[in-house]
Design a binder for this molecule. Structure first.
Ligand code: CTP
Length: 452
């Protein structure tokens, strides 16, 4: 279908190029999600007339140079016309757009953020045209602004963060200074846009640390005070030979990404794991002290919980993720308790609430793997903990109360305020292992009632 459309465009005197993420991904031998095609030397009306032969044309964005085609075979394409964009106000809508089909490739590409996203691929013969040197930058793994237009959208710094994490790149010094000058505009960005980039950082990043280093080198890390507070926070060299808490956090994020790949985690579990890796030691910033000849951070797990919430809310993270990350941060050292008993495991699994033991184990492994040159892998206490969790069937969900209000009603009681106290006592007993089946639970309930 596309080649027929392109033929028609060429016969009408136009030139069609794939451009943007699809060309970058093609060069990197990655699958392409969305095909963006930019058409030169044809005006909007002529292009629309051609596209209408192939399906339904949506011209809503035509004044911005974007024409969408839903082809008769169901495929969808975005056709763009070359355009100049100039900033007229704050936010990503404060732009004046001038569509001009006579622009050169280099001129049109100058509105694009990074050189790696400004490479064209001729839709007729596959020839690569690279007006801003994107290929060399991809080879040297450098994120470089295409032009001073970069500064027109501060979100591009966060786009850079996720590209760095996805493609293992770093930012060039000139672009880093441009990014630094945009810091004050961070507050103008809509949270949904900020979250979209952080989400890509977590779900698509193979080396999340590259994205974090980009934030550091552009001064944008200071916009996230909970993270920047970790820089230079000391750790005991015997437990953490890798260095300060920020260094450890970056290594743990990379280790978490490797575990997410190995375990083929779904998008939700991967997001949870990467953000819990990022946040697991936030509490060390406020709790680290030199005690008894060592740097210690007693209570950092609990102290990290409100900091985790504050940071995640600030980047627009959905509540459904925050409520899972919080208990993981709170419990990331639970395995260090030497006595692993069914009672301890049941109680831990209950404290995890919306999170699961499996999610906790992934975080613990990432935490262990982020301390080079110490050995990687899970400590024996975690294996023991998971063995018990397996027997109790609480690896993937926390224990649910066996004894409920209906059991009290079945014993002839009318619903009353005291129900709550009795049911809580039963659940505590269940967590302690006093009963496991419903029949045993009812016996326990009867005994409790007769003792009252
Ligand atoms: N703030 C932005 C957003 C987008 N673009 C340009 O528009 C293209 C398409 O943007 P988008 O679909 O958001 O991202 P992709 O680069 O395709 O990357 P991804 O794989 O993350 O979708 C980019 O390649 C880039 O050329 C830009 O210059 N500045």
């Amino acid at each position: 279908m596309l080649s027929t459309i392109v033929n028609e465009i060429v016969q009408s005197g136009g030139r069609a190029f794939e451009v943007g993420g699809c060309v970058r991904d093609y060069i990197l031998s990655l699958p392409c999600k969305d095909l963006d095609i930019e058409v030169f030397d044809l005006d909007a009306d002529t292009l629309t007339a051609i596209l209408e032969k192939f399906g339904r044309v949506d011209q809503v964005g035509a004044s911005f140079g974007v024409i969408k085609l839903k082809a008769n075979d169901g495929t969808e394409f975005d056709f763009t016309l070359p355009r100049r964009e100039s900033k007229t106000g704050q936010g990503h809508r404060g732009f004046q757009v001038d569509v001009d089909h006579t622009m050169t490739l280099a001129e049109a590409a100058a509105r694009r953020d990074y050189t790696l996203n400004a490479i064209y691929r001729c839709a007729s013969n596959g020839e690569i045209l690279d007006p801003h040197g994107g290929l060399a930058d991809l080879n040297s793994k450098t994120l470089k602004a295409t032009s001073p237009h970069f500064a027109e959208d501060p979100l591009r710094v966060l786009r850079g963060m996720q590209f760095a994490a996805r493609f293992d790149m770093s930012i060039d010094s000139h672009t880093a200074s441009l990014a630094r000058s945009l810091r004050a505009e961070y507050s103008t960005l809509a949270r949904e846009r900020v979250w979209a980039e952080w989400h890509k950082w977590a779900t698509r990043g193979r080396t999340p640390s590259c994205g974090l280093r980009l934030l550091e080198s552009t001064g944008w890390l200071e916009l996230y005070p909970e993270l920047s507070a970790l820089i230079d926070v000391p750790q005991d060299p015997e437990w953490h030979p890798e260095g300060d808490v920020w260094t450890h956090t970056q290594l743990v994020c990379d280790a978490a990404a490797a575990i997410a790949d190995r375990e083929e985690l779904d998008e939700f579990d991967r997001t949870v794991l990467i953000f819990s890796a990022l946040c697991h030691d936030l509490g060390k910033a406020t709790t680290t002290k030199f005690v008894d000849g060592r740097w210690r951070a007693r209570g950092h797990c609990e102290a990290g919980v409100p900091l985790t919430r504050r940071f995640l809310e600030s980047i627009g993270c959905p509540e459904s993720i925050i409520v899972v990350v919080e208990p993981l941060v709170a419990e990331h050292l639970a395995h260090a308790n030497p006595a692993q008993s069914p009672k301890a495991v049941r109680r831990l699994s209950h404290r995890l609430g919306d999170a699961t033991m499996v999610q906790l184990v992934h975080l613990v492994e990432a935490d262990m793997n982020g301390r080079p040159p110490l050995p990687r892998g899970l400590p024996d206490s975690v294996r023991q903990m998971m063995e018990i969790a397996g027997k109790l069937n609480v690896q993937k969900s926390s224990p649910q109360p066996i004894i409920l209000g209906r059991h009290l009603i079945a014993l002839g009681h009318q619903p009353d305020v005291w129900f709550g106290d009795v049911l809580r006592a039963c659940f505590e007993a269940q967590l302690d292992g006093d009963f496991e089946s419903e029949a045993e639970g009812i016996r326990f309930l009867k005994k409790t009632l007769s003792n009252q």
